[in-house]
Design a protein around this ligand. Structure first.
Ligand code: ZN
Length: 152
């Protein structure tokens, strides 16, 4: 089911979300449907009016490599390096901004068989940081416009 996406400046987008405690299987499926339809690469709970700590992500489907992921009670436990990308937000259409993010992160989250950790780099790391911001009521508008990354 495709859900309506909450738009800035709705105050729901500014809520610091609470931990997920119940079953969010059906919600996560709807969030993935909504993300793909938008179309986007990530969608966080508050963007569909649910102020709980979960987001969905597929950093590669636009490149032809679908990889739907659901992250419940995520926490960034390590950050390394720096990257700068132009980011968009489904809650703030037509307002891209260059945002500096870590180049690599380690994310802890609730998996099917308990808490687990996974390492992410590149666009997946940047997308995850963007969605993590949503869980704390932070938007790309709150970040200073970053200088373009130095050529490698
Ligand atoms: Zn966003």
């Amino acid at each position: 089911m495709i859900l309506p996406i909450v738009q800035h400046p709705d105050p729901i987008l500014r809520v610091v979300c609470r931990p997920v405690t119940g079953d969010v299987t059906a919600l996560a499926r709807d969030m993935l449907d909504t993300m793909y339809a938008a179309p986007g690469r990530g969608l966080a709970g508050p963007q569909v009016g649910v102020t709980e700590r979960l987001f969905v992500l597929d950093a590669t489907w636009k490149d032809g490599l679908p990889d739907p992921r659901v992250f419940v009670n995520p926490e960034i436990v390590a950050r390394d390096g720096r990257q700068v990308n132009e980011e968009g937000c489904l809650s703030i259409p037509e307002t891209p901004r260059r945002v500096a993010r870590p180049a690599e992160i380690t994310l802890a989250f609730d998996g099917a068989s308990g808490r687990r950790e996974e390492r992410f780099a590149g666009s997946a790391a940047a997308c995850i940081c963007h969605e993590m911001d949503h869980l704390d009521g932070v938007l790309i508008l709150d970040h200073p416009e970053a200088e373009p990354a130095d050529p490698a």
